[in-house]
Write a protein of this length. Structure first.
Length: 93
C-alpha cells in the first residue's frame, strides 16, 4: 500500500488518485479520441474493486447513450474493460 492512502481519514470522503489515458477509436466516420480517467480509490466500496475507469464521451447516442466504464482490482484491468466497452458501440456525436 502506498503512503497517499493513509491520508484517507474518512472513507466517506472517497479519496482517490487519478490516472489519465487517451484512446483513439477508428470507425467509418473517422478517428475519435476518448480520454479515460481512472480513479484509484484509497478504500474499496465494492469488494476488491479499487479502480474505476470512465470515458469522457458517450457512445451509441442515437439509440441509447452509453458512457463506457470499467471496474477492476487493478489499473490495467479497469482500463482494459473501459476500452472494450468503447469498442462496443460507435460514437455518433
Amino acid at each position: 500500500m502506498e503512503e497517499w492512502t493513509y491520508a484517507d481519514a474518512q472513507p466517506a470522503e472517497a479519496l482517490a488518485r487519478l490516472h489519465f489515458f487517451s484512446f483513439r477509436k477508428q470507425q467509418a466516420s473517422g478517428e475519435i479520441e476518448f480520454r479515460i480517467t481512472i480513479r484509484e480509490h484509497a478504500e474499496a466500496k465494492i469488494g476488491d474493486l479499487l479502480f474505476f475507469a470512465e470515458a469522457d464521451k458517450e457512445t451509441n447516442q442515437k439509440t441509447l447513450p452509453y458512457r463506457p466504464s470499467g471496474w477492476s482490482n487493478s489499473l490495467a484491468g479497469a482500463l482494459s474493460e473501459c476500452i472494450r466497452n468503447i469498442r462496443r458501440f460507435d460514437y455518433q456525436g
